[in-house]
Design a protein around this ligand. Sequence first.
Ligand code: 5GP
Ligand code: MN
Length: 336
Amino acid sequence: MMQPIQKFFPKLTTPAKVVIVTHQKPDGDAMGSSLGLYHFLIQFSHQVTVISPTNWAGFLNWMPACDKVINFEQKEAICKQIIAEADIIFCLDFNVLYRTKHVAPEIEKASAIKILIDHHQEPQTEAFDFGISDTTKSSTCEMVYDFIVNSGYQHTINIDIATCLYTGTMTDTGSFRFPSTTASVHTMVAYFKSIGLQHTPIHEHIYDNFLESRLRFIGFVLSNRMEVLYEYNTAIMYVYKQDLQKYNIKTGDTEGLVNYLLTIEGIKLAAIVIDRNEERKWSFRSKGNFDVNTFARQHFEGGGHANAAGGRSDETVDETVQRFKQILKQYEQTLQ
Ligand code: 5GP
Ligand code: MN
């Protein structure tokens, strides 16, 4: 059974072989929390390796030590060995092991102490020795900050740690606008500012660093691949493989696209499905009480948070969109 993370604190400073793993296609919070923890742990002479199950968005590459992150799909043999030999494995920003794709069986097999730090609903606690799961937290980055502060090491927070943790908190809170943005979040950011963090370049790295083709792609999708279903206060987008190819769309280029749908007055549920290689990947966002975590879990093999979740389907884009529309009928009342 997963023990409270405080019970792990006494082991924190004993040099060990540490692996940090996050979910596949890591976003700002996954990468930020992993690298923030990396910059914290290396101060105790741990041997620390950050492993990403897959590649990640190019707009994260500027992050301090991002060049040290190993892509499991590119260096499978080395990663398997590092995981097998690890003393401690930190699992950040995911609730269920399958979110680490092909890394999951390696984590399961490993003899290391396994630690979860995460803010998603319904964590697979039996898979971890120590951990903290708090769905009220804005981001895993904020939880890594709490981990550092609560273990008594706030004074070790340097600009690299602050930069990484700010990044993920910023991306997971929609630039500090979602309800998860508590006083604690702003207190943390105030601390980062007090030690000299410059936040403006971080926003520019993440949001103002794309190619022209991505903006034209968004224009194309908004004009040609969007439907507003006013009777359900729902808007959807669907992106075919040929659309991605035409605009040379890379990992991360489609992130945030779903949020445009929520800018339409009255929309409570937004959904986008993108034709990825192995599957059709859904993203769901909602405003107010509509719980997309449960929705994604029940209908699209997914999950996440109440207002932001993801899912998948083996159907074609058109089939899964049709099914989504059918499913919506049962939520007509809830979405009013
Ligand atoms: P996104 O739509 O940005 O990919 O994901 C939204 C939220 O849902 C994120 O917190 C992400 O970690 C989570 N999520 C996305 N896809 C899945 C999935 O297939 N399963 C689960 N359990 N969570 C997901
Ligand atoms: Mn997160």
